[in-house]
Ligand binder design. Structure first.
Ligand SMILES: [Zn+2]
Length: 86
């Protein structure tokens, strides 16, 4: 009888272990997918004022004397122009 109980416990523990492994794997895959999809296809540009890297779609674009500059915000672009034409 004791042996039978040990056997049942072992099966139960094994079943739990397999179940927990199966639950973790898809979650990791999803994390990986969402992470890579948000990074791929998005170029980062450096703000010349505060040196923050911002995605092009979220950057504040400004053309200054024929060149395109990307800033993290309007404040940074204003600051850049102020310093340039001081
Ligand atoms: Zn900035």
């Amino acid at each position: 009888m004791f042996r039978f109980l040990v056997f049942i416990t072992l099966i139960y523990v094994l079943y739990k272990a397999i179940k927990s492994v199966r639950q973790i794997k898809p979650a990791e895959d999803e994390n990986y997918k969402s992470k890579s999809s948000s990074v791929v296809g998005e170029d980062l540009v450096e703000d010349p004022v505060c040196h923050t890297f911002v995605p092009v779609s979220q950057s504040f674009k400004r053309e200054i004397s024929g060149r395109n500059y990307y800033f993290c915000s309007k404040q940074c672009s204003d600051k850049y122009e102020l310093e340039k034409y001081k």
